[in-house]
Design a binder for this molecule. Structure first.
Ligand code: PMT
Length: 208
């Protein structure tokens, strides 16, 4: 799901990610026999056999991933992590009678890039890219810059695709192969296509 960055004691900076795509990947991986930990910002029904680590902010998600990733064979980052957060969130509720607040933002840590920099041999790292323009160019640059094995790119401006829908359409950009297009399908079928690519990548790296 999306991270939620505090503005004050009651308000957050959020995004439209529902968590459906991430939960579908967790469900599909568990159904295939993987031991799965789902790092989640939302409260959807937890797939059978999946452990959940509940987080809210990008910083909490980063801490959870830094703890879990080193022992994981595969890490999939379907989360919509905020790129910016309020620099100095108020600890109390900002009052309307005090006027419109000026909220200064600062960058959040790039969790996936950090995992890419620390990736161990044989580990498979998968990122997503939510794009509205230049999908192929942006996805390819994320593939290289974040040092991941694949980027699953969705055109979130296309009909029934991306944030909140039960369906998605993606192109999977691979570090070692041609892109694979997956047409509009339910998010579980997208998850299956991503898992097929992960299994194939692991085999090419000498794992089974
Ligand atoms: O949750 P749903 O409603 O089902 O919608 C699914 C989805 C559209 C959110 C999902 O399919 C998706 O595209 N997730 C990634 C959204 C995103 O944040 O994309 P990005 O292009 O901004 O980020 C690229 C990658 O870097 C992502 O893997 C992201 O998790 C990661 N990232 C981004 C910023 C940051 N500070 N740290 C990160 O790790």
């Amino acid at each position: 799901g999306g991270t939620r960055e505090p503005i004050d004691a009651v308000r957050v900076l959020a995004n439209r990610s529902s968590g459906k795509q991430g939960y579908a990947i967790a469900a599909e991986a568990a159904a295939r026999g993987a031991q799965v930990t789902l790092v989640s910002t939302v409260d959807l029904s937890v797939p059978a056999g999946v452990t959940v680590a509940r987080v809210d902010t990008a910083a909490e998600m980063q801490a959870a991933l830094e703890h879990l990733a080193p022992a994981s064979d595969v890490v999939v980052m379907a989360a919509a992590v905020a790129d910016f957060r309020p620099k100095a969130p108020a600890t109390h509720k900002l009052k309307k009678h005090d006027g419109v607040p000026e909220i200064v933002l600062e960058p959040t840590p790039d969790i996936l890039a950090g995992l890419g920099a620390g990736k161990r041999p044989g580990q498979v790292l998968v990122g997503f890219a939510a794009e509205t323009d230049d999908l192929a160019a942006n996805a390819t640059s994320k593939l290289v810059n974040k040092r991941v094995d694949m980027i699953v790119a969705n055109d979130v401006g296309a009909p029934a695709t991306g944030f909140g829908y039960d369906t998605n359409a993606v192109t999977i950009f691979l570090a070692d192969g041609d892109p694979v297009a997956v047409p509009l399908s339910d998010k579980r079928a997208i998850a299956a296509a991503v898992l097929d690519q992960i299994v194939a990548r692991r085999a090419r790296l000498g794992n089974n």
